[in-house]
Design a protein around this ligand. Structure first.
Ligand SMILES: [Zn+2]
Length: 230
C-alpha cells in the first residue's frame, strides 16, 4: 500500500503486516463456520448477489461459481469487512468531506427506530431482507418496507452546494481507488489459503451437494417410474 494519491496518509508497516493476519483470521473464521453450512431448502433467488457475483476475492480464494452461494457469501462478507475497515480508516485520515458525510449518515441511521439490516451474522449480512415475491402473490408488508418507513421519519440532510458536491465526488473517487488497492492486496494475500479452502469445501460442502443432487434426481425420476403407471 505504498502507491496512491500523494500527500495521503497510509497505514504503516505494522498495519500492512496486520492485513495479512486479518485475511488469515477471516479464512480461519470461515473455516470454523463451514461445518455448520447446510444447503438452502427454499427456492433459489432470481437476482445474483451483488457482493459475490464475479467477485475477484472469491476467485482468488478459489470459490468459483460451482460452489453454493451461501458458502461464497460467508467468505466474501468476512473479507469485505476487512476492506471496509481499511477504507474507513483511510477516509478518516485523508478525506474530511466524505468523513463528515458518513458521520451525518450514521447519525441518521442511529436515529432510525427500526434497523433490521444491522447486527447480522456474516452469512446473512448484505442479503436482501425479504424473499423474492411469488408472481401474483405480493406480500402484505415487507421487512424492507418497514425499514424504509422508519428511515422516512428521520429529517433529511441539508443540501450541498455544487462546489461541495464536486469536492465530495473527488473524495469518493479517492476512497474508491484506495478500496481497489486494498482489494487487490487482499486477493494476493488470499492465494496462500486456497489449499485449505479447497480441502474444507471437499470435506463439508461437496458431500452435501452430491446428496442433494441425488435426492433431486430421485424425485425427478419418480413420476416417470414405470411401476407407478401400472
Ligand atoms: Zn453473496
Amino acid at each position: 500500500m505504498r502507491d496512491g494519491p500523494r500527500g495521503a496518509h497510509y497505514p504503516g508497516r505494522m498495519e500492512e503486516r496486520s492485513l495479512e493476519t486479518q485475511v488469515s483470521q477471516a479464512v480461519d473464521a470461515w473455516l470454523r463456520w463451514l461445518p455448520r453450512w447446510q444447503p438452502a431448502t427454499h427456492r433459489g433467488r432470481v437476482a445474483p448477489c451483488r457482493r459475490c457475483y464475479g467477485s475477484p476475492v472469491l476467485e482468488a480464494a478459489g470459490l468459483g461459481s460451482d460452489v453454493p452461494h451461501g458458502v461464497q457469501h460467508g467468505l466474501s462478507t468476512r473479507v469485505k469487512t476487512i476492506i471496509d475497515r481499511h477504507v474507513g480508516r483511510y477516509t478518516e485520515l485523508n478525506l474530511p468531506m466524505l468523513q463528515a458525510e458518513l458521520d451525518q449518515q450514521s447519525a441518521r441511521n442511529r436515529a432510525r427506530s427500526y434497523r433490521p439490516d444491522e447486527g447480522l451474522d456474516p452469512e446473512h449480512e448484505g442479503l436482501p431482507l425479504d424473499p423474492d415475491p411469488q408472481p401474483g402473490q405480493p406480500f402484505l408488508f415487507t421487512i424492507e418496507g418497514l425499514a424504509n418507513e422508519a428511515a422516512g421519519e428521520v429529517p433529511s440532510l441539508p443540501p450541498l452546494t455544487e462546489e461541495a458536491k464536486a469536492a465530495l465526488r473527488q473524495e469518493v473517487a479517492l476512497a474508491d481507488e484506495y478500496a481497489n488497492m486494498v482489494g487487490r492486496e487482499v486477493c494476493q494475500l488470499l492465494l496462500p489459503h486456497r489449499m485449505r479452502i479447497h480441502r474444507a469445501v471437499s470435506e463439508f460442502v461437496e458431500p452435501q451437494v452430491e446428496s442433494m443432487l441425488s435426492d433431486l434426481t430421485r424425485s425427478l425420476d419418480a413420476p416417470f417410474d414405470p411401476n407407478d403407471l401400472r
